[in-house]
Design a protein around this ligand. Structure first.
Ligand code: ZN
Length: 60
């Protein structure tokens, strides 16, 4: 299972193990879902994603 999920519609990355109802991950369209290789927060940030404030401790 992936550790992180990116939402391309708003460029926010979620930490799946820490996700909250506020993340609304189930509302992210399949076409907007992005996984990272390697599956790390650093990789998502290098791909211009910002961390979700609910599950990843970020500002957004
Ligand atoms: Zn989140």
């Amino acid at each position: 299972m992936a550790g992180y999920l990116g939402d391309k519609s708003n460029m926010v990355v979620h930490h799946l193990a820490m996700m909250k109802p506020e993340c609304k991950i189930y509302h992210v369209k399949k076409a907007d879902r992005v996984y990272f290789v390697p599956d790390t927060l650093d990789q998502s940030i290098s791909e211009k994603f910002v961390t979700c404030k609910y599950c990843s401790g970020g500002p957004i």
